[in-house]
Design a protein around this ligand. Sequence first.
Ligand code: NAD
Ligand code: ZN
Ligand code: ZN
Length: 379
Amino acid sequence: MKAVVYKGPFEVAVEEVENPRIEHPNEVIVRVTSTAICGSDLHMYEGRTAAEPGIVFGHENLGVIEELGAGVTTLKRGDRVVMPFNVACGFCKNCVARFTGFCTTVNPGFAGGAYGYVAMGPWTGGQAEYLKVPYADFNCLKLPEGKEKESDFILLADIFPTGYHGNELAQVSPGESVAVYGGGPVGLMAAYSAMIRGAKKVFVVDRVLERLQKAEEIGAIPINFAEGNPVEQIKERTDGEGTDKGIDAVGYQAQAHTEDREEPATVLNSLVGTVRPTGALGIPGLYVPADPGGPDENSKRGMLMVSIGKLFEKGLRLGTGQCNVKRYNRQLRDMIIEDRARPSFVVSHELPLDEAPTAYDKFDKRVEGYTKVVLHPQA
Ligand code: NAD
Ligand code: ZN
Ligand code: ZN
């Protein structure tokens, strides 16, 4: 079958690889009809991780069940399903507590598994014609038959739940104001989720104009950090008080505000400045235990200069980590079915699998409006 294979920094290729095979009675093979490229893939694409050439990317996957192991009980051939990017067993200590992003079964020695991701276990990615799904009864979420709303449903694999998770971590409640740093797919989904949760005012901070424009289209207030300190810009618009809550949808590859260089702690420090005393921060943006490509000695060891004193003084709470997609995907799916949510506004490009190399290049450069790319390996 054809698959998107990582070749080395800034290079992927669509190549022939072996088809996946059922090796355990609880597995299914899915014919992949939609698979999205994620900002998290870019960390590997840019050579900023230990990902080795040869890995098949793709943790955001949707398709139709083609083949079932003998032990699968709730699914049948032809079912349209979307899988959380987390691979999870459903029965370990963390899964039972609904922390499916931290499954201890699927990736020994590390809490949490994912398809096609470095350090996240042996699970091959779905930017390919077929995908093997383990613990299939647990990991497949059934969708209405047919093709309808495919560009909404694919976002249930990661970014819609992850944006929602940012709000859950920050405990966003009706009537609150929220600052979202990052207007990428995760940031836009966090802003959209804040509205769903009844926030009164949502800011989205970025410098990519098309992304700020999308934020404005959904009713958020765009803040361009290239035009001045975002903390001050937001304070000016909140009577000097700052927001009730804040979400980091950028992570460790954050750009400095004034110059074109990385400053990994910028967003964390901006959030400490932006959120009012007693507020809370949700941090779905990715931070790594070590970043060999980091801009200074501390960040190379995963140590960031965060203003912990200010955080203490303001009594801010914070939460972070992988999204436990399974905790939210059913409810968010039902909102899509009932037309209460249309997250596909974030999808900028739908392309055949063969165009993955160009799509990675442009999404990585954040040019030509590339915000969220969905690939279609199969009809
Ligand atoms: P993305 O790279 O497309 O978006 C990041 C955006 O942040 C870009 O538009 C960039 O211009 C902007 N940005 C850079 N520096 C900034 C700054 N100082 N202030 C404000 N904005 C700034 O990525 P994405 O797909 O939206 O993902 C965002 C982050 O979320 C990544 O770190 C990704 O790895 C992480 N992620 C986490 C989870 C999870 O489960 N926790 C899931 C998916 C993605
Ligand atoms: Zn993702
Ligand atoms: Zn588990």
